[in-house]
Design a protein around this ligand. Sequence first.
Ligand code: ZN
Length: 100
Amino acid sequence: MKEEITADQIFCPICIEDTLPQTTGNLLRINFVGTTIKNIGFRCNICKSLVAEKRFTLYGIPIHTFGYFRIQEIYPRSFYARKLKDQKYYGLNSTKGFAK
Ligand SMILES: [Zn+2]
């Protein structure tokens, strides 16, 4: 059986509290097929995760947004992500990039 990586191995307790579980192991592995991640900042001082907007793009044009996620880079072009509870806050402050 494959060993699951759990959210608490990736994110600090504050970031876990700020986000919602996604898939098995409470993590969403993002593939880059048709999706892009726009990093908007809000770096966590503890676990160094970032807030990003996940979008579906077609020929480079964003056509759908999946909302705001807290992401942790595992290796180049691969991330673990958890959806933020407060989507509105990050939508309104996406250009500021300061910690909440
Ligand atoms: Zn954190």
